[in-house]
Design a protein around this ligand. Structure first.
Ligand SMILES: NC(=O)c1ccc[n+]([C@@H]2O[C@H](COP(=O)([O-])OP(=O)(O)OC[C@H]3O[C@@H](n4cnc5c(N)ncnc54)[C@H](O)[C@@H]3O)[C@@H](O)[C@H]2O)c1
Length: 250
């Protein structure tokens, strides 16, 4: 474990699986105290146990990010438990309905927007209030390559991720003078449980859309999340950074 983030408090939503899990572990390995928040407490508790077993500091919190009041309650609890909030990884997300735009249901559209976009906004508004108290913070929003381009049969998901990038840029402008940096990460297709709904042959085709001809790993995304949290990233705000094996370069 390194000590570069010692005395820093990090909050990771969707921290019980996939990219959130890898990010929580990377931040803990760098010395941060990590609040692992998830709707799924089995996953969150497992991640916390693994961080504690490797000598890190972590605690789990049950949270549905689409509930603004619940987000406020959890962030207040984290601040009380750990004495502040300095790093936030707004990562919780769902895949959404797989249907062409004309066939998406209003309920499916609302559900994916409520978790993947409203949830990021709710987290940010409570995180910003907390970070303003200490005068420094790094907010890292998990967008996607699908925040920059379209993808058939995923219009709700794509719209939410485009929204996350606009929200990131806007808040970066607003809070630069408060010492709060806000950036977005754009993973390509990453081998996590989120892709489990797709058949194996579809995954081979999706891997081929990346010039590296493979899916990414959660750890490859977490490496960028960690960098954006570090003091070395002090002049980086308002950015959108793909981690995509070249997907967007095509
Ligand atoms: N896997 C990919 O290919 C990929 C690509 C680009 C972006 N992303 C984004 O990365 C993020 C993490 O995805 P992942 O692939 O690690 O998925 P995952 O399914 O492995 O993990 C997502 C986690 O979020 C939690 N979660 C879901 N809804 C929640 C809610 N309302 N409140 C709190 N927690 C909730 C889940 O319980 C789960 O633990 C998502 O925002 C996703 O859109 C994933």
């Amino acid at each position: 474990m390194s000590e570069v983030l010692i005395n820093k408090v990090a909050f990771v939503t969707g921290g019980g699986s996939g990219i959130g899990e890898a990010s929580a572990k990377a931040l803990a390995d760098a010395g941060a105290s990590v609040a692992v928040a998830d709707v799924d407490m089995v996953g969150a508790d497992r991640v916390v146990e693994e961080i504690l077993a490797s000598g890190g500091i972590a605690k789990s919190y049950k949270l549905d990010v689409s509930d603004d009041a619940a987000v406020g309650t959890v962030i207040a609890a984290i601040s009380k438990d750990f004495g502040g909030l300095h790093i936030a990884v707004n990562n919780a997300g769902i895949g959404g309905e797989l249907a062409a735009t004309g066939d998406q249901t209003p309920a499916g559209w609302r559900r994916v927007l409520s978790v993947n976009l409203d949830g990021v906004f709710y987290c940010m508004r409570h995180e910003i209030a907390e970070m303003k108290k200490s005068g420094n913070g790094s907010i890292i929003n998990m967008a996607s390559i699908l925040g920059a381009v379209g993808f058939a049969n995923s219009s709700g998901y794509v719209a939410a991720k485009h929204g996350v990038i606009g929200l990131t840029q806007t808040a970066a402008i607003e809070y630069a003078s408060d010492g709060i940096r806000v950036n977005a990460v754009g993973p390509g297709f990453i081998n996590t449980p989120l892709l489990a709904v797709l058949p194996a042959d579809a995954l081979v085709g999706i891997a081929a859309l990346h010039p590296m001809n493979r899916l990414g790993t959660s750890e490859e995304v977490a490496a960028l999340v960690l960098f954006l949290a570090l003091p070395e990233a002090s002049f980086i705000t308002g950015g959108y950074y793909p981690v995509d094996g070249g997907y967007l370069a095509r």
